[in-house]
Design a protein around this ligand. Sequence first.
Ligand SMILES: [Zn+2]
Length: 438
Amino acid sequence: MRTPIQRFAPTALVWIFAGATLAFAPTACRTAPPVAPTPAPAAVTAPVVAPAPASDAPAAPTPRAELQEHRTWTFAAAAPTVTFDNQFPCARLNRCEEVAPHDYRITITPENEPINPSPWFAFRVRAEAPTDITVRFVIATKTARPRPRLSADGVTWTRATDAQWDGKQGAAECVLRMQAGPATTWVASNDILGNDRLTAWSDALAARTGATMETFGTSTGGRALRMFTFDASAPEDWVIVIGRQHPPEVSGSVGLMAFMDEVTGDSARATEFRAAFRVALVPVVNPDGVHEGQWRSTLGAIDPNRDWGPFTQPETVALRDAILAIRRRPGARIWLALDFHGTNKDILYTPLEDDRTSPPKFASAWVAAIQARFPDYEVENTSTHNATEWTFKRWAFETLGAPGITYELGSATPHDRIRKIVSGAADEAMRLLLAAKQ
Ligand SMILES: [Zn+2]
């Protein structure tokens, strides 16, 4: 049964079209969402009135996420000596102790609580000589037990086998049995795909396509917030693509990259699309959280995808203002706002059935098109997930009137499968947007 929805438009909006002016004030009534009646882009004669960014600056300092101590643990009581460390980007290992010879207990805690039970861990192990070790995980949530992945280089990963991993939900400890040796073994709850690789990928994409990069803000930790703009010669018809609001959601980044690779590719559809639409890409909304190996939050200890209303974090404030600046450009229209995430399965969170987006019913048409393209793959979607939370997709709908869609990819979905499905989904999105524009 659907939860009753309350809508609180975060600000007054005025949509101005040729011959008609529609004003929408903040409201607690879901019957009056700020939806434009599917305006033709050419009819836009004046920019939308956007809120003044300065007035929404945080009123008070927000708390800081609790940072882990970066160190190396050395256990030499039993030969050979074994070391653990968390001294690299995306690492998370809060405590490590030896409970018996070559038997270790590690503790994994989040940056703040309460928090969504989506644990992230990442650490390295070495031994002076090859030796079998036991690693007991104490994870500060009882409901999620991500199966570790192991890697010899931090790039190529293999999931722990059933023989290696005992990770029952609710168990106080989960146990990994592995061999350590002189060469480093990386252990993490998912492939490590951090800021460095996403920066390299997006810079290469920009170099290949001639996209421009703008630093639109700075995170709490002082990291640049980067937006790439593609196809500056196209009309002011925009698609917004963002990712990594949530640090552990590597599969979302795999999906985002597949989407952008398709959109910037050399297919006839992509070529036609890029002549008709511009794309604004923000590969990493929460670079501090990614770097610190956090479970969910910004460095300000706030879930950024619950901050698209309160706007307490510099990351969400800066991205909101950057998108509103696009929206204020003469003749600009935002047709689609996509936010890539990762969860326990592939699923799209779409606008409510009665949300009258512009273009109308894009989300349901897109879901149907993806399903038709991949008949052997079940496309899941729901429109009620987190409908009352301050998510990016809700903000995109309520403030921009655009279809705001959260595209979740399964954390255990093979990456080549993610790439195949999302590449097809990108092609269908381009087809539908081109058709809607005609
Ligand atoms: Zn997420």
